[in-house]
Structure formats: structure tokens, C-alpha cells
Design a protein around this ligand. Structure first.
Ligand SMILES: Nc1ncnc2c1ncn2[C@@H]1O[C@H](COP(=O)(O)OS(=O)(=O)O)[C@@H](OP(=O)(O)O)[C@H]1O
Ligand SMILES: [Mg+2]
Ligand SMILES: [Mg+2]
Ligand SMILES: [Mg+2]
Length: 355
């Protein structure tokens, strides 16, 4: 009998590959080539919408009854107010169709609505984006889509990730991360950038190229001493507290500087090279989104690691579009996790006594 979730994994890989190519081409055509004002976010908006349309179309054709929780929704595209917004919508639709109609590659299935001659109408593309409006829940099958995670990294030409997961009865079963700007091999930078991390529950985590070649199993390396440890944190200080992280780092006697990286590329990097992913809330009120952690969490667990919140509770993917009551996210190898939790609790006490 074939292994479970292999077709789901293949559809997710096809979707992530096509969306990653789209995102790279938007970066080359719109960010690098055009002179943008510093605050112009339109390329990332175009790439976000078009990539979600591509991923949602493929997943829906492959699994028509599955529900989808996607970051973006198309309401603002449905009623453009001026010529600029109309042009943006045209661009999104044509980019999505370009990505969907490109030649079939190994593993692509023509019944997934892809390949030459499969262009979709404007309303089919907008409907595909809006199919991501499921509110989530604890039962049944649902996909998560973060078409571009690390939008700020994308605009800077740094790290970003195209992220898809399949959650069944609140447990993540498949996770795929496309990381177009991440080095294939950190020990051999000359090999270039562009990798994909893929995990099915119970079947390990693999890294491969974005086209699916050279798959290799990855494992979080064991930690032998505090000297080999380092934190992985967000670039944006409003997304996770750098100062709290530095307190934890001191408590753990870490000597290496933290590695700052945008997006779930952090989870991919941790799965193969180790480190401690630390994300503590910077203010009350923000609830982490399930699409920002579901694929990364299975990639870590299947690479032999642990993912929890700052209190050691498992991340709860069954409470809707957010992680609900989880407070912060910590991911690392099994051998370091309990020590990190202790240091985090100690740092929280220190913060409290200073307040
Ligand atoms: N206030 C706050 N706190 C915590 N997290 C937040 C916050 N605001 C946004 N976000 C989410 O952070 C996602 C980006 O991930 P990272 O923080 O890991 O990378 S980055 O350094 O910000 O690029 C980012 O994902 P994208 O929107 O897909 O880029 C957001 O979902
Ligand atoms: Mg995100
Ligand atoms: Mg996003
Ligand atoms: Mg966003």
C-alpha cells in the first residue's frame, strides 16, 4: 500500500513551486527593475494575491471538498476604485495565469488545473483567492496558505517563504515551505539559493531544490555545548521581542549572536542547521496566525525537534485562524527544549519583577 498523504504532498509541492517561481519573477520584474518609492508595497500585494490564487486553484482541483485557510482575501480586488487598482488586478490575474499555464514538470498532474491551455477567467482567479476564507476549526481537513511569508524580507531581497500545510482534525499532517532565497547548502554558498522543505507526519523532513530534485532527509543536529547554540529570531522587532530574546540568550550562556531571518525560512534553517527559534509577543493582543506556524512546525517535528509555546503547551491549530491561547512560539532540538523553557520562565519572572 502506498504511504498516506503522498498525493497531498505532491500537490502542495507543485503549488509551492509554481507560486515560488511567480514570487521570484515579481521580485525581478517589479522590485529590482522598477524604481519604487520606499513605501510602495504594491509588488508584494500583487505577488501575495497571485500566489494565493495559484496555490488555491491547484489544491482545489486536487481535493475539491477540502477547506482552505488563506492569509489573503479578494474583496478589495472585486471593486477597484481607480485605474491604478484596475491595473493591479489585471496584473494579478495575468501573473496567476502565467504560473498556472506553464509547462508541466515531473510530479505535476494535469487534472490539477495546470499546464498549457488552462488559463482561468477573472472571476475564477478571484474566487480561488476567496476560497481561502475558511475560519478554521478542530475537525476535518483544511489547508493553510501563506502565499508570501516575510513580506518585508521579500521586498528587501532577503528571506521569504511560500507556505502550505494540510491540517487534519487539528493536527498538521503535511507541510511544505518554498524558500527561493535560502542557500541550498550553507556550507557551500557557491551552490546558490532556492530550496524547499517537505514533511509528512511520520515520514521525516526532506530538503530538495524548488524543482524537487536532490531530496535529502534533514535532522536537527544535536547540541553538545552552549557554544554551539544560537537563537533564530524575526528581523522585525515588532514581531518578536529582541530584548526578551537577549535575556534568554544570557541565561542559557549562549555566546553566538542571534541569527535574524524573515519568515518561516527560520524553521527550514533550524531543521537542517540547528538553533533555537524564539518568538515572544511584543505586546498584548496579537494572536499568531496558523499559516505562520503550521508548515514550519511539522518540518521541525519530523526533523526530530519540538515546537511549543513559551509555557511548553503544544500549538493548537484547531481554534480557528489563530493559535488562540498559545503565548509565543519556541522550536528547537529535543535535547535543548526543556532548558529553553526554564530560561524563558525565568526571564518572564525577571521582567515581572522589574515592572
Ligand atoms: N505584531 C506581530 N507579532 C507577531 N507576528 C506578527 C505581527 N505582525 C505581523 N506578524 C506576522 O509575522 C509574519 C512574519 O514573520 P517573521 O516575524 O518571522 O519574519 S519577519 O522578520 O517579520 O519578516 C508575518 O507574516 P506575513 O504577513 O506573511 O509576512 C505576520 O503574519
Ligand atoms: Mg506570514
Ligand atoms: Mg503572508
Ligand atoms: Mg501579511
Amino acid at each position: 500500500m502506498s504511504q498516506p498523504y503522498v498525493t497531498e504532498e505532491q500537490a502542495a509541492m507543485t503549488a509551492v513551486r509554481r507560486a515560488s517561481q511567480l514570487a521570484s519573477s515579481v521580485f525581478n520584474k517589479l522590485v529590482k527593475a522598477e524604481t519604487l518609492t520606499k513605501d510602495d508595497k504594491s509588488p508584494v500585494t500583487i505577488a501575495d494575491f497571485a500566489a494565493q490564487a495559484v496555490i488555491s486553484t491547484i489544491l482545489h482541483n486536487a481535493f475539491p471538498t477540502d477547506l482552505i485557510v488563506g492569509e489573503e482575501d479578494a474583496s478589495e480586488l472585486r471593486s477597484p476604485n481607480n485605474a491604478e487598482e484596475r491595473e493591479m488586478r489585471e496584473r494579478i490575474i495575468s501573473l496567476a495565469n502565467e504560473a498556472l499555464t506553464s509547462e508541466l514538470m515531473l510530479g505535476d498532474n494535469p487534472t490539477w488545473g495546470i499546464g498549457p491551455g488552462t488559463a482561468k477567467s477573472d472571476s475564477e482567479i478571484l474566487d480561488a483567492i476567496d476560497r481561502g476564507n475558511y475560519q478554521g476549526g478542530s475537525q476535518g481537513r483544511m489547508w493553510t496558505i501563506d502565499p508570501i511569508d516575510g513580506t518585508k524580507g521579500f521586498l528587501r531581497g532577503d528571506q521569504y517563504a511560500v507556505c502550505v500545510s494540510l491540517i487534519v482534525d487539528a493536527q498538521v499532517h503535511v507541510g511544505v515551505l518554498g524558500c527561493p532565497n535560502l542557500q541550498k547548502n550553507p556550507e557551500h554558498p557557491e551552490e546558490g539559493n532556492g530550496c524547499m522543505f517537505v514533511a509528512i507526519r511520520g515520514q521525516g523532513t526532506r530538503q530538495m531544490t524548488l524543482s524537487g530534485s536532490n531530496p535529502t532527509f534533514v535532522k536537527i543536529p544535536p547540541t553538545n555545548s552552549p557554544e554551539s547554540l544560537f537563537l533564530l529570531e524575526s528581523v522585525d522587532p515588532s514581531h518578536s521581542s529582541h530584548s526578551f530574546n537577549s535575556t534568554v540568550s544570557n541565561l542559557l550562556k549562549i555566546t553566538q549572536p542571534s541569527v535574524r531571518m524573515d519568515s518561516q525560512a527560520k524553521y527550514g534553517s533550524l531543521a537542517r542547521s540547528g538553533g533555537i527559534y524564539m518568538r515572544m509577543p511584543t505586546g498584548a493582543g496579537y494572536k499568531e496566525k496558523i499559516w505562520d506556524h503550521a508548515p514550519g512546525s511539522i518540518i521541525i517535528e519530523e526533523a526530530g525537534g519540538v515546537v511549543s509555546d513559551s509555557r511548553g503547551e503544544p500549538l493548537n491549530f484547531g481554534l480557528g485562524r489563530t493559535l488562540g491561547d498559545n503565548f509565543g512560539v519556541i522550536a528547537c532540538g529535543k535535547d535543548t527544549h526543556s532548558g529553553v523553557l526554564t530560561a524563558v520562565q525565568q526571564a518572564l519572572q525577571e521582567e515581572k519583577s522589574k515592572a
